[in-house]
Ligand binder design. Sequence first.
Ligand code: 16G
Length: 245
Amino acid sequence: LSPALWLNPAAGPLYVQLRKRLESGIDSGFLAPDTPLPPEREIAALTDTSRVTVRKAIADLVGKGIVVQKQGSGSYIAPRQSRVQQSLSRLTSFTEDMARRGLTTESRWLERGLFLPTPEEVMALGLAAQDRVARLERVRTIDGQPMAIERASLSTAILPDPTSVERSLYATLTARGHRPVRAVQRISAANLGKRDAELLHVAMGAAGLRIERISYLASGAVVEFTRSLYRGDAYDFAAELQIGP
Ligand code: 16G
């Protein structure tokens, strides 16, 4: 926020412009998570807007979960661990999604190798009875916090050596020319059992989102069959809907 960034009354509602300016300040890290937002009057003076405009912009940010209001002590940039908004309409990878938000991710591997497939994997990947399956199970973390447990299964034709995946499965697939272009995803609610709750650092029985993704190459060949369990308290999945038949 600097006087050089004054708003342009001809470019739409001022509070929307101001909200976007504040959002980019937060995205760029200029306004850091968990720190107080500058006082209303200061923002108003810096951007040459009224306090009503500032209040409306902040209310929008509160609505989006980007700013939180603490009783008695004003507005704060939401801490990083608040809910992650994730688009349901783009085929991206965990690493890419988080990198776009400036967050660092890590994988705690639970399983990474070739295994005898389960009947479910045989069916989803169209394997033959004697085939092995490349399986990658890991806890995915954001800034050290566990967010999801993810279990990806792939045919060995797509991924012959699962240990070649160090961080991003999609980066490995892209390098091998097997980046999926389409996916079908199914989401259902789940209460976390003991093992999963422990891995995700939440109480047993806490709400989770179970997501199944089958992704495909342009040729129609299946790339991955992935079952994930996301923390219900950490994620919002959002999709844009269009009118249609
Ligand atoms: C996402 C995908 C998962 C994919 C993974 C690759 C969902 C629900 N799942 O987590 O299917 O295998 O990204 O991530 O979105 P990576 O490239 O970071 O390893």
